[in-house]
Design a protein around this ligand. Structure first.
Ligand code: GTS
Length: 208
């Protein structure tokens, strides 16, 4: 597979899940980090289909939209379910993760000082849905019996939430065990302790 190249700003942001996924799949990739101050100066922004990053290259294929990139990786690395029904459920869970990510991003970028406490109070209501799916499936993954791209997305968004509130999974035993097991997968463990991962802030505004 590949070679893969990610072009993105120097944050985990919307590339957190795909990086963890590629690391776990034993897939190497190249990073091109863009300084936000230079972003609008050249022609990169104008060349991006939606005027935004991340940009992902798989050989000659150029992709934008982080969830489309995750799906592409899911297809390439057999992490998109065993059949069409599992794939549909994985898509559904990916969209559910996206809804949570959007709430998180809105709080981080627009309401951190005024809305963080309320966000944390409301969090069990959002996490309960994932807890119920995880508990029902009983395999330690959202769908099927191995990690899909939706699991990597959920894992990464939960890591961010644990930074926001270290006790946020205390009432979600299945999610807590999921995060522990994903974190202990050898290639994920190595990636999470690498400088490449640790040097990048979670978000572009320094809030977390
Ligand atoms: N839906 C897109 C995706 O999932 O990839 C959103 C991409 C996006 O919002 N990119 C932001 C961007 O390019 C950076 S970040 O929010 O991912 O950190 N911003 C610069 C700009 O000019 O819009």
């Amino acid at each position: 597979m590949g070679p893969y190249t990610i072009t993105y700003f120097g944050v985990r942001g919307r590339c957190g899940a795909m990086r963890i996924m590629m690391a776990d799949q034993g897939q190497e990739w190249k990073e091109i980090l863009i300084d936000f101050a230079d972003w609008t100066k050249g022609d990169l922004k104008a060349s991006c289909v939606f005027g935004q990053l991340p940009k992902f290259e798989d050989g000659g294929l150029v992709l934008y939209q982080s969830n489309a990139i995750l799906r592409h990786l899911g297809r390439n690395h057999d992490a998109y379910g065993k059949d069409g029904k599992e794939a549909a459920l994985i898509d559904m869970m990916c969209d559910g993760v996206e809804d949570l990510r959007l709430k998180y991003v809105k709080m981080i970028y627009q309401e951190y000082d005024t809305g963080k406490d309320q966000y944390i109070k409301d969090l069990p209501n959002h996490l309960d849905k994932f807890e119920a799916v995880m508990a029902k499936n009983k395999t330690g993954f959202l769908v099927g019996n191995k990690p899909s791209f939706a699991d990597y997305g959920l894992f990464e968004v939960l890591l961010n939430h644990l930074v926001l509130c270290s006790s946020c999974l205390d009432t979600s035993p299945s999610l807590k065990s999921f995060v522990e097991k994903m974190s202990a997968r050898p290639k994920i463990k190595a990636f999470l302790s690498s400088d490449a991962y640790k040097k990048l802030p979670i978000n572009g505004n320094g809030k977390q």
